[in-house]
Design a protein around this ligand. Structure first.
Ligand code: COA
Length: 178
């Protein structure tokens, strides 16, 4: 997995040096409550943070399966994570794009800028369609998806969130023309 550079960001693999910041992000209920179904279990310690990092760096990693550390170029701050993944219970067997930020890094457009880069890379690698799903009341995430130009498909049953998910997609053509 290489590094992707955007106007304001460096998307790079996580390293163990990121563990304290990863712990700070993944132990926050206001972040993790949007990422899966309950119970929401805050990351407990640095060992877990290192294991989480190792998990992103293990296996068949590439443009269609990746978790990038979003680093702010000017400050070196680790803002959050941008990913392309195939979730275990897909409502669509194409890849999902995902994003989450430390709250101190929200409100600058970093999630959107990072998502454009990982989606671009996935389509170049041959992906036909990208999707993302989120809790129906996750307004901040829906705004990212809309800002990206993904097409809103409404609410669909989603086992990942044990209920319904607000669902966005874009084919390669839709992404190119957005
Ligand atoms: C979802 C989440 C990543 C959105 O964060 P965000 O900071 O709102 O998204 P972005 O980084 O794209 O920033 C966009 C915001 O920055 C503002 N902004 C400021 N400068 C900007 C710039 N130069 N370019 C673009 N946007 C800019 C935008 O107006 C926008 O604010 P608005 O939504 O109030 O209009 C964040 O809320 C989060 O991590 N939530 C918890 C985890 C989560 O829900 N993940 C998604 C699961 S589906």
């Amino acid at each position: 997995m290489g590094i992707i550079e955007t106007e304001r960001l460096i998307l790079r693999p996580f390293t163990h040096d990121d563990a304290p910041r990863v712990l700070d992000i993944q132990s926050r209920l206001d972040v993790i409550r949007w990422l899966s179904d309950p119970p929401f279990i805050p990351m407990p310690d640095l060992d877990e943070a290192r294991a989480w990092i190792d998990n992103w760096n293990t296996g068949d990693i590439g443009p269609l399966n990746c978790g990038y550390a979003i680093e702010v170029r000017d400050t070196g701050v680790l803002a959050g994570t941008a990913m392309i993944v195939q979730v275990p219970y897909p409502i669509n067997d194409e890849r999902q794009v995902g994003w989450h930020l430390h709250p101190d890094s929200s409100g600058h457009g970093y999630a959107t800028e990072a998502a454009v880069a990982v989606i671009d890379q996935a389509f170049v690698a041959g992906l036909d369609e990208i999707w993302c799903g989120m809790y129906p009341d996750n307004e901040a995430s829906a705004r990212v998806a809309r800002r990206l130009g993904l097409v809103e498909r409404g609410l669909v049953p989603d086992p990942w969130y044990l209920g319904y998910s607000r669902y966005f997609t874009a084919t390669r053509d839709e992404w190119a023309k957005r």
